[in-house]
Design a protein around this ligand. Structure first.
Ligand code: IPE
Ligand code: IPE
Ligand code: MG
Length: 240
């Protein structure tokens, strides 16, 4: 840690809505796909930074259930980029003891891409240093519907259903809820992300576009998070 940051409270879990790739590209008169490509570089840096800082869980929004509605060329470019990024990054992630999970309706992807995702998850499943959850074909509402379907299929008696049981049916079962939710590119909305899990997350929104988000920006977000008083419904007096 750099000096002056010794009072930092390190979140156990950071979730990020990686937004602004298109605007980053537009500003440079580049195709949107160039922004997404640069976004992979930013993600690599942030995964490394989380490992260095000691953030155990990082959950990033890479493709929403609504993003299928984008122009066909952009969707294709994103699919190709996911494939390429897994191929290029997986060995290093594994070496760094990071467990990767692709969470969402991954059956919606091509057979090749799905197999690549499953392979990466298998390879890294025993890694312990850090956890990278990449939310793909993900929607918070879809996740809740999928959980309800599984609960019904498992014939769980309604009396047994509580928040803990319900959480265990989400894609994020076993992963603690995010402490800090970061959204880049200045949009003040949730866009169907982690609807259940962010019930008490601290929210940090920055104007910085995702391809420009780096370790310095991450530390800025953690600094702000460290100043927040998390009350979970209680009064300040009860917290201190
Ligand atoms: C986020 O960047 C990446 C994905 C949604 C896949 P955008 O592509 O949404 O970038 P903007 O919002 O158009 O700038
Ligand atoms: C959210 O960003 C999805 C991802 C970052 C993958 P969008 O760019 O799709 O969200 P909206 O459409 O601006 O709400
Ligand atoms: Mg966007």
């Amino acid at each position: 840690m750099t000096s002056g940051s010794c009072n930092l409270k390190i979140p156990r879990h950071i979730a990020i809505i990686m937004d602004g790739n298109g605007r980053w590209a537009k500003k440079r008169m580049l195709p949107r796909a160039a922004g997404h490509k640069k976004g992979v570089d930013a993600l690599r840096e942030i995964v490394k930074a989380c490992n260095e800082i000691g953030v155990k869980h990082l959950t990033v929004y890479a493709f929403s259930t609504e993003n299928w509605a984008r122009p066909k060329e952009e969707v294709t470019a994103l699919m190709n980029l996911f494939m390429e990024a897994i191929n290029n990054e997986i060995k290093k992630l594994h070496k760094n003891d990071v467990r990767i999970r692709f969470l969402g309706r991954i059956d919606g992807f091509s057979k090749n891409l799905k197999e690549k995702m499953v392979e990466a998850m298998e390879l890294t499943k025993n890694n312990k240093r850090g956890n990278l959850n990449v939310m793909v074909n993900y929607g918070g509402r879809a996740e809740i519907i999928d959980a309800i379907k599984k609960i019904i299929d498992d014939k769980v008696p309604s009396d047994n259903i509580d928040e803990t049981i319900f959480s265990s049916y989400l894609y994020t079962a076993g992963i603690p809820d995010p402490d800090l939710l970061i959204r880049t590119a200045d949009e003040m909305r949730i866009s169907n992300y982690l609807l259940w899990q962010i019930a008490y997350s601290e929210i940090y929104i920055t104007k910085t576009l995702w391809p420009d988000f780096d370790k310095k920006e991450l530390i800025k977000a953690i600094e702000e998070y460290s100043q927040r008083e998390r009350k979970f419904g209680k009064t300040s007096e009860q917290i201190t």
